[in-house]
Structures are given as structure tokens and as C-alpha cells.
Design a protein around this ligand. Structure first.
Ligand code: IVH
Length: 673
């Protein structure tokens, strides 16, 4: 098999498994098997750079930034929909279209689909390859966002996605779908943006649209966007099914993601019943829907009914009642975060929205409050979508009576009273007092949480109480609690204290990756912590690294590097670490067992590249480590040897340019013999 053939085969395989994983949610191989395929593809492409094409799954990380989006004319108008708001409107629609049907009272069947509140995209496939993706624009002309769409895993790069599929490859097919931001990812994402002082989005729809319309595809690649397809816009050289229900299935068989919440309805009454059910269901799904799209199942018949303006007669959008209510903003409270950020939070006159009583809402930051001119005492419009924290759309300025007060950003921390700090050019306002009791409570909360040290029996209220009574004055104090002190606290019985102490004891066996994560260093979440421990093996080696050394680590940028070095340079943090060390927390990563008397590679750092004649990468790594050596991911001036096999790529040239010694598998065997 030529490299070209192998690459083509690997791309099909990788695309197929991405689809099984992300679209069907039912992988057929293990993560490790997938990684092996993917890495083989990367290695082959690195060795044959001329064979890299933009539709390769390795290019999902995003191509080079653009200066502007090009304009794209759609092959057919990308239409909109007329609205209905209740069953009566729906029946009236059915009545109206009767005039255009062969028989006004004929039986019709329908498909009811969730009306996704995202961004319409138009995807073009030529001979089965994804060649262009565009926004809706004005319905005639949209913007070319192909590069961004290539970064979304759910967008097939080739159809049919399944290499085993017997469906013919369509010579030309244009598909319409909706790109959206899954609700469960939205809150987390915004939080990360807030911490990084990047743009915070109002709602999932804005986040989807903001993410898709980035000129730099690498930004889009970092966002958890996904897609559902629901229509065929144009096709040539293939027969497509006549029924909408079958078209959805055709799309599905080609490998497009299609919502499984769409339903077939035998008659219009069934549609009305289903709509009622959706009002409840909309709050239980992981994407925002603002209605149900009702389509006549017989598409040629539907299309023959023509349009009113931009709205086809053959379909109608049954909108849901808005999840919006007006209520009074009683106050703006100030929340102190783990990093000291002073965040505004709306205190509302309780109001029921979509079956839930809402008392609080996010206000993002003080610039946002000023921009929207939200005042205390205002009547404000509050919106709730899915499980996302409700937010304030804006004030109803017409209902002011003059008693409203402008919201002043805090000048002092509301808890410790220290002056608040605003870094010029940043939106966030901080409490700069590292011993602020509220920050400590937040830090403890984070330290013990599931994503960090995962300490059983340590609830979020426990941390607040311990800090309040003075038993915990810094993070490490939680490991110095004793039975008697705890038993003296109200509500702390034997069993509770035992659970807490054994949870703390057990947590000392957690990995240094979790420990590093739990320290709550800015920009160091679990992924970054993993990279750092993998590279440095211990917290002490990490603490000793300077900024340049940190930036050499693959995946670590300058912002993170500065944050890490600043944290470790702080004497208070050094003292804290010693206290943790004395308590027995994990500072060093466990290494594979070292073979007897085999320290020949002690102190030597290796990087592995290419395909070795007999050893797999993992085997080579284990071999080096067994003999006391270290394996890192990227070549730097600290690398002693590059172990290179066949088809070595950029690491080889980098090693050559840095003068790093290059060895092969045979030489490695001699070194350890
Ligand atoms: S069909 C002629 N189906 O809703 C076909 N639209 O208000 C017209 N939308 O612009 C569109 N989910 O962006 C259709 N399952 C779905 C939809 C859907 C969301 C959006 C679409 C459209 C808007 C119309």
C-alpha cells in the first residue's frame, strides 16, 4: 500500500470513528485504538506533507486565520418560516393551505421537528467531499465559513461517512442544518472565558454565532459546537426520497447528525398534542429549542404550494411561549470568587418562569450592567433557557419612576473590606487580599470538589463552617483538623467526623495531577495540570521551572507560563506547599518500576518520533523509563536524545537545528545493554 492509499484509508477510518463517537454516541473501538489510528495518520502526513488536504481529520484544529469572509451565493433560496403560537393558529394554517391543495380536505401527514435555536448553515458536498459551508446571510447570499465548519466534529468531511455504506456517493448535495452550542457546555465555557478575561456570551445562541463567525478557525476549534441537519437544499445525480421523514433518514444514513427528537404525525391533531408535550420536554434536552417546525411530509406536494414572501406555505413554526418574564431588580449583590473576582449577581423579586421560581440571575460584569443601563429598582426582563442560569435581557426603561439607583461597581470587598482592584484594560474587579475569608471558602470548595481532590464527606457547607469558626485559615489546614475540634462543632457527630477524616486521609493517595489542579492556579485546570506533571514529574520540578522552560511544553502558552511562575514565586504559596508536604500530599508522579541495577539512562531526556523497527512508542517509552530515563513530547534544548524511526517528521528537523543527538532503536539497545 502506498502512503497515499494508507492515508486515504486512515482518514476514512478516523472520520468514521469520530462519527460513531460524536454523532451516534456509540463508539465501536476503544479510545486507545482510535488514538493509534489518529497518530498513525498524523505521522504519515508529517512524513508526506504534500499529501495533507484541508479535509483531513488532522486539520480539525483549524487552518490559518482569514482577513474577511468571502460571499457565497446559495444554490436555492434559504427560506424562513411563518409562525404559529397555538393549536388554533396551526389549524388555521391547515385551513389556509387547503386552497392550494388538489382537494382542500385531503388527508395529509406531517413531520414535527425541534426548532433549534442556533445558526443556519448550508453545507455543500461535491463527489462526497465537504467543499463549502456558508451562513444563511440574507437567504440569497451568505458568508463562506468553510474553515470554521471543518473544525466541528459533527460536520462530515466525506459522505457517506461509513466506509462500508452501500449508499451511492452523491455527485452534488447541499444540506441545511443548524449549528448550536450544547447547553451543558455553555455555563462552563462562559466561566472559562470570564476567568481568562475573554468575551462572555449572553446565551448559547450568541455563543454559537460568535464562535462560528471567528476569522481565526483555531478559536472555533476550541469551542464545543455541534450540528443537526434537517433539509436538502439542492442535489444532482442522486435520487432523494420524496417524504420529509425519509429525507431525515437519508441524511442520517449518509452520516449527518439528525435530531432523534423529530416525530412523524399521521394527522394535524396529533401535531397539536405533540406541541403541548414539547413545552415540557424543551427543558429536558441539551439544546435550546424555541418551537416545533411542522412540515408536510410529502415534499413535492409541500413545495408546490409556493411561498408567501420568504415563507414557504408547506411548513410552519409553532413557537413556544417565551421563557421570559418581567420582574423587579431588588438589589445587585457582590459575589466573591475563588480568584477574588467580585462578580455582580441580580437579586430579583421571585418570579415563575417556565415552571421554575427564579430569584437570582447572572449579570456577568459591571461593564455589562453599565452598557445595558440596568438600575436597582428597575423592572427587568429575565430570560431562562434550559438549565442555564437565568440572565437579564435588559431594563424596561419606560416603567421607571425616578427612584431607581445606578449600580456602582464595588470599591471594597464586601466580605473582608479590603480595597477592590481593577486592572486597567480588564473587565473584572478583584479583591486583592489573599487572606480574604470568602476567597478561602471558595478555594476550599474547589479544592475538595469532584474535579479536584474529590474528597468524600466534605460538602460545600463544611468548608464555609470550618473557615467561619477559624479552624481553617489556609487550604492546607484541612489536613490538620483533629477529631476533638470537629466533634465540638454543632451537627458534627461521630459518624460524620469519621467520614470527613477518612475522606481527607484517602485523598492523600490522589495523583499529583489532581493536587496541582486543586491548588487553583489560574489557567491550570485538570488538562494543563496533566501536561505539566507529565513533563516535570513532580510539583517541585515544576516549581523550579522558569517561564521559558514552561513554554517549551506542548500545550502551554505564555499566559499559563506566567501564571504558574508567579504562583510558585509567591512566598506564601511556598509556605503553603511545605505545609501540604508535611501532611503527606502527593508531590511526585509514580513512575513505572525500575529494573534492577538499570540506571544507565539516569538524568537523560528522550523524545521519540517516527516508526521504530520493532518497538511501539509506548514500549520504547517504558523501556527508557525502566532504565531511569525520561520521555517528553517535544524537542527542546533540554532534550538529550531524539529516538527516531522511519518517517520521522518535524521533530527530526527541530532536533537537527538544535544539535540534539539523534539515535535509532539499535543504538538505544546498546545504551542500556
Ligand atoms: S425548516 C423551508 N427545520 O428556524 C425550510 N428550520 O424560523 C425552512 N430552524 O431559518 C426551515 N430548526 O434557521 C427548519 N428543524 C428545522 C429547524 C429550522 C431550526 C430555524 C432555521 C430557520 C428558522 C425559521
Amino acid at each position: 500500500m502506498t502512503p497515499q492509499e494508507r492515508i486515504a484509508h486512515l482518514r476514512d477510518e478516523v472520520n468514521f470513528h469520530l462519527y460513531r463517537y460524536h454523532v451516534l454516541d456509540s463508539p465501536v473501538i476503544s479510545d486507545a485504538e482510535y488514538d493509534a489510528l489518529y497518530h498513525e495518520l498524523v505521522a504519515l502526513e508529517q512524513a508526506n506533507p504534500t499529501l495533507i488536504t484541508p479535509d483531513s481529520p488532522t486539520q480539525r484544529a483549524g487552518a490559518e486565520p482569514l482577513g474577511a469572509f468571502a460571499k457565497v451565493t446559495h444554490p436555492a433560496p434559504i427560506l424562513s418560516l411563518s409562525n404559529a403560537f397555538n393549536a388554533d393558529d396551526l389549524f388555521a394554517w391547515r385551513q389556509r393551505i387547503g386552497r392550494y391543495l388538489p382537494d382542500p380536505n385531503m388527508d395529509l401527514d406531517y413531520v414535527a421537528e425541534p426548532k433549534l435555536d442556533g445558526l443556519t448553515v448550508v453545507l455543500t458536498y461535491e463527489n462526497g467531499r465537504f467543499t463549502q459551508g456558508a451562513t444563511r446571510g440574507n437567504g440569497e447570499v451568505g458568508e463562506d465559513i468553510t474553515q470554521n465548519l471543518r473544525t466541528i466534529t459533527a460536520v462530515p468531511q466525506r459522505i457517506p461517512v461509513d466506509p462500508q455504506s452501500e449508499l451511492p456517493v452523491p455527485p452534488y448535495l447541499v444540506v441545511r442544518g443548524e449549528v448550536f452550542f450544547p447547553l451543558d457546555k455553555f455555563e462552563q465555557f462562559n466561566e472559562r472565558q470570564r476567568v481568562a478575561e475573554k468575551q462572555v456570551y449572553m446565551n448559547p445562541r450568541n455563543a454559537a454565532s460568535g464562535s462560528l463567525r471567528q476569522l481565526d478557525p483555531k478559536i472555533t476549534a476550541g469551542r464545543p459546537l455541534t450540528l443537526f441537519c434537517y433539509d436538502l437544499v439542492a442535489w444532482e445525480g442522486v435520487a432523494v426520497p420524496d417524504k420529509q421523514w425519509d429525507r431525515l433518514d437519508y441524511l442520517r444514513q449518509l452520516g449527518f447528525p439528525v435530531s432523534s427528537d423529530s416525530q412523524y404525525c399521521d394527522n394535524i391533531e396529533a401535531v397539536a398534542v405533540l406541541y403541548e408535550g414539547w413545552k415540557e420536554k424543551r427543558n429536558q434536552i441539551n439544546y435550546e429549542v424555541d418551537g416545533v417546525v411542522v412540515k408536510i411530509n410529502d415534499r413535492p406536494m409541500a413545495d408546490s404550494l409556493g411561498f408567501v414572501g420568504k415563507d414557504p406555505r408547506g411548513a410552519v413554526a409553532m413557537k413556544f411561549p417565551a421563557q421570559e418574564k418581567t420582574t423587579r431588580l431588588l438589589d445587585v449583590a457582590v459575589n466573591v470568587g475563588r480568584t477574588g473576582i467580585l462578580a455582580p449577581a441580580a437579586v430579583l423579586e421571585p418570579v415563575e418562569i417556565g415552571g421554575v421560581v427564579v430569584r437570582n440571575a447572572t449579570l456577568h460584569n459591571y461593564d455589562e450592567i453599565a452598557r445595558k443601563d440596568i438600575r436597582i429598582g428597575d423592572m427587568v426582563i429575565v430570560k431562562r433557557a434550559g438549565d442555564v442560569i437565568p440572565y437579564i435581557v435588559g431594563p424596561v426603561a419606560e416603567r421607571r419612576d425616578g427612584s431607581e439607583r445606578v449600580v456602582e461597581p464595588p470599591t471594597h470587598c464586601p466580605v473582608c473590606g479590603e480595597p477592590a482592584l481593577r486592572v486597567p484594560g480588564e473587565v473584572a474587579i478583584y479583591c486583592d487580599n489573599p487572606s480574604c475569608p470568602e476567597q478561602l471558602v471558595r478555594r476550599v470548595e474547589y479544592f475538595v470538589s469532584r474535579g479536584a481532590m474529590d474528597i468524600d464527606g466534605f460538602g460545600s457547607k463544611t468548608g464555609a463552617l470550618l473557615a467561619e469558626v477559624g479552624l481553617v485559615k489556609d487550604l492546607a489546614d484541612i489536613y490538620y483538623l483533629n477529631r476533638e475540634e470537629l466533634l465540638a462543632l454543632e451537627g458534627f457527630k461521630d459518624k460524620k467526623v469519621d467520614n470527613l477524616l477518612s475522606g481527607l486521609e484517602a485523598s492523600k493517595k490522589q495523583s499529583p495531577v489532581r493536587f496541582l489542579t486543586a491548588l487553583g492556579i489560574r489557567f491550570v485546570g485538570s488538562v494543563v495540570a496533566g501536561l505539566l506533571i507529565n513533563e516535570f514529574d513532580s510539583i517541585d520540578a515544576l516549581a523550579a521551572a522558569d517561564q521559558a522552560r514552561l513554554e517549551e511544553v506542548e500545550g502551554i502558552g505564555p499566559g499559563t507560563a506566567v501564571s504558574v511562575t508567579t504562583w510558585f514565586a509567591d512566598e506564601r504559596h511556598r509556605a503553603l506547599l511545605e505545609k501540604f508536604r508535611a501532611a503527606g500530599l502527593p508531590f511526585v508522579a509514580e513512575k513505572p518500576a525500575v529494573g534492577a541495577g538499570s540506571r544507565q539512562l539516569d538524568g537523560l531526556t528522550f523524545v521519540i518520533t517516527g516508526t521504530l523497527p520493532t518497538l511501539s512508542r509506548d514500549e520504547a517509552k517504558a523501556l527508557i523509563e525502566t532504565h531511569g530515563g525520561k520521555v517528553t513530547g517535544s524537542v527542546s534544548k533540554n532534550t538529550h536524545f531524539l529516538l527516531a524511526g522511519e518517517k520521522a517528521g518535524s521533530k527530526l528537523s527541530k532536533a537537527e537545528s538544535l544539535g540534539v543527538a539523534i539515535i535509532d532503536e539499535a543504538r538505544l539497545n546498546e545504551m542500556i545493554a
